[in-house]
Design a protein around this ligand. Structure first.
Ligand SMILES: [Ca+2]
Length: 379
């Protein structure tokens, strides 16, 4: 009996070693093993139930897929306080609970400040501890993390701006990078330009992010607001779109249920049983035929150490892949109190970068394929 167990253990160890030798960088299969330490990530998002723009639910699934693969250590999810005119919308704790459960991880979740900034240096000294639920989470995660943390901003910049202005030394030491998904990437915005939605959520906060003493990877949502109506891919805008049935039917039954629970606008508390139930095929087929506008995917991959080839392959950055479909270029950038930006290329700058689409013809298909392969790793 003892011999049999020993033989089985040796067999398992030998199989593990063979897998490592056969797969050059990562272990084969869905659960990947990173060479270096996982990148700590804090995800700040305007994720609501019922949903507003469902792109944040797609983004949440992508960030959890990176955590599930072992690329990142998801330190927490910070959800914006619902905008003033959206009283029926609550921070979607249930979507976070579902993704935590699907991935077998335990990321905490907090809610952002309801108080708009009064200036770009406003740290809201009179705010209550509930007002600063999210700000405290940001500061706590940065203080406790042995490694510097990447912060993704997908909605309002408010909580990250307050945290950064309250403790700039902490941000200098412990914020690895902010991936700022907001604004327009035209090199010189006119003062009359229409502001992008995430900027309008808190203009002072958006401006404050450009002041912080940490690297900022700026991901303007559009090159200019006029390109939104044309829906074209532009060099200095992250926007792309995809038809949802390019990806949805290829996902696991549970992940399809995660999306259906959001698309169905359920506001009950049945999140676990819904996740484990049968797929609502009629609902999934209806939403499958709809297009989804997206922005943030390239930044998630870049923060985790990847880029995307023009054919849609996710490629490690340290292998310096040929012809990536996007890069981040060093820039000198200024943002005034009204959220109006002005920037120029500058190879000497080490802490400000702009997202640059290197091939506008293949970006949309490449990034959609990359997202599909990422989400298909979730079981
Ligand atoms: Ca968003």
């Amino acid at each position: 009996m003892e011999d049999l167990s020993r033989r089985r253990i040796l067999k398992i160890l030998a199989a593990g070693l063979a897998t490592r030798l056969l797969c050059p960088r990562f272990v084969c299969g869905n659960r990947l093993e990173r060479k270096g330490p996982k990148i700590p990530v804090l995800h700040a998002t305007d994720l609501f139930r019922p949903h507003m723009d469902p792109d944040d639910h797609w983004d949440l699934a992508c960030i959890y897929a990176l955590a599930y693969r072992g690329d990142i250590d998801l330190k927490g999810v910070l959800i914006d306080y619902p905008p003033q005119n959206r009283k029926g919308h609550n921070p979607d704790m249930m979507a976070v609970a579902q993704m935590n459960w699907v991935c077998g991880i335990f990321a905490p979740v907090a809610v952002g400040s309801p108080l708009p900034l009064k200036s770009r240096n406003d740290i809201q000294t009179n705010a209550s501890s509930t007002d600063h639920h999210g700000v405290q989470m940001v500061l706590d995660i940065l203080r406790k993390s042995p490694q510097p943390v990447v912060i993704n901003i997908l909605g309002s910049s408010r909580d990250i701006a307050i945290a950064g202005k309250r403790d700039p030394d902490l941000f200098a030491a412990k914020c690895a990078a902010i991936y700022l998904n907001a604004g327009t990437g035209s090199p010189k915005m006119s003062l009359a330009s229409k502001l992008e939605y995430n900027v309008t959520l808190d203009k002072f906060a958006y401006a404050a992010i450009f002041d912080l003493p940490c690297p900022v990877y700026w991901m303007p949502c559009f090159e200019e607001m006029e390109s939104r109506t044309k829906q074209a891919v532009r060099e200095y805008g992250t926007h792309y779109r995809f038809r949802q049935d390019e990806i949805l039917p290829h996902l696991s039954e549970m992940v399809q249920n995660y999306f259906a629970y959001m698309f169905g606008r359920y506001t009950d508390h049945n999140w676990l049983h819904y996740l484990k139930g049968k797929n609502d095929k009629a609902l999934l087929s209806k939403v499958g035929s709809m297009y989804r506008h997206m922005w943030c995917t390239g930044g998630f991959l870049h923060a985790a150490g990847y880029t995307v080839s023009r054919s849609g392959k996710i490629a490690p950055l340290d292998e310096k892949p040929n012809l990536p479909v996007f890069t981040f270029d060093p820039i000198r950038v200024r943002c005034n109190d009204s959220g109006v930006t002005e920037w120029t290329h500058d190879d000497n700058v080490r802490n400000r970068f702009i997202f640059h689409v290197r091939d506008v013809d293949s970006y949309q298909s490449a990034i959609t394929k990359a997202m599909k392969s990422l989400l298909m790793t979730l079981s």
